[in-house]
Design a protein around this ligand. Structure first.
Ligand code: ADP
Ligand code: MG
Length: 318
């Protein structure tokens, strides 16, 4: 069973009560709770573990704190929401508990200040085990509402907000730049049909949009996919092409945005600041992901992004 098969199973089991608080439960980047008739409350949580998402000894606690809040901010961006408050639960290695905690909170403070988030609670534990940190972030929808994964339509354009791939190469996976301002500016400038942050890799995360949109497909244009310099560097050290790194590596934390084709043309001609935009492909009625190469030929590709159940070992750290 894959990580996503388990999540699907949970989603079937845990259906929200009708007419209750829950407007959207399991299955998107955040849950949406109807706190009162005028406000949609966004909730998201992400846990990071030493040896899986970071290496404490090498990266230091400050970088871990930064990443822990950053990945959650990215999920609020993925709903076009505004982050408001966080609670933080930690399992600290006993031997250096307070020193590590100080570092974690210094790292979180940097992003909390930048995005005006209050740290309003949490839970502190120490044990004879590795560092684990779990952040739960609450946010708010704007008057324009949220943008979910499930609104893509055949013929829509697929855009990304920055270069992809190789985030592990030089530690960029530790420094997510949450695209909150970009998401809000784009949402203001055009009706966004679907939105997700690229945490598991473009092929997988676009796959989530297509699945949630009723089983659509997409054609990605190989020449148009912005490849990060880190992906080129990484491909010189392994057997994987830079393009495959861009398609399948995770933790870029750029946004994948789906909009009507004419809106895409308008957005690309004058991207609303501070968003940068590249058009990478088109949504199709025909299901499945296909890659169009320079010679115009199309071949099917599989979503090969990160899956916690499939990847037994951590990806190669540098
Ligand atoms: P993201 O990469 O955006 O954080 P995930 O792939 O972790 O998203 O999760 C997808 C959806 O599944 C989200 O709605 C998340 O809240 C839900 N989910 C993931 N794990 C669990 C779990 N153990 N119990 C309930 N819901 C879960
Ligand atoms: Mg997400």
């Amino acid at each position: 069973m894959s990580e996503f098969a388990l999540i699907d199973w949970l989603r079937q089991r845990e259906r929200p009560r009708e007419g209750a608080w829950t407007k959207l439960g399991i299955g998107d980047d955040c849950a949406i709770l109807r706190a009162n008739p005028d406000t949609d409350l966004l909730v998201t949580t992400d846990m990071l573990m030493d040896g899986r998402h970071f290496r404490l000894e090498q990266d230091g606690p400050r970088a871990v704190g930064y990443k822990a809040l950053g990945v959650n901010l990215s999920d609020i961006a993925a709903m076009a929401g505004v982050p408001r408050a966080a609670v933080v639960a930690v399992a600290l290695p006993q031997a250096a508990a307070s020193e590590i905690a100080h570092g974690l909170y210094a790292g979180m403070r940097e992003l909390a200040d930048r995005f005006c988030v209050d740290l309003v609670g949490g839970d502190t534990n120490a044990w004879d085990g590795p560092l684990v940190i779990s952040v739960t972030l609450l946010g708010e929808a704007t008057a324009r509402g949220t943008v979910r994964r499930g609104g893509a339509k055949p013929g829509d354009a697929i855009l990304v907000t920055g270069p992809l791939g190789g985030s592990l190469f030089a530690g960029r996976h530790l420094r997510p730049q949450p695209r909150i301002a970009e998401a809000l500016a784009l949402h203001e400038a055009a009706p966004l049909h679907a939105l997700i942050d690229i945490s598991d890799g473009l092929s997988s995360d676009l796959g989530h949009i297509l699945a949630e949109s009723g089983g659509l497909g997409a054609v990605l244009d190989a020449a148009a996919i912005p490849i990060h310099p880190d992906a080129h560097e990484m491909s010189r050290h392994d057997e994987t092409t830079a393009l495959d790194h861009a398609l399948n590596d995770g933790e870029d934390f750029e946004l994948c945005v789906v909009v009507a084709d004419d809106d895409a043309a308008r957005l690309l001609a004058a991207p609303p600041a501070p968003a940068m935009l590249r058009r990478v492909g088109i949504v199709t009625e025909v299901p499945g992901l296909r890659l169009r190469s320079l010679d115009g030929r199309e071949r099917p590709i599989e979503p090969m992004g990160f899956d916690h159940f499939r990847t037994a070992k951590h990806p190669p750290w540098t």
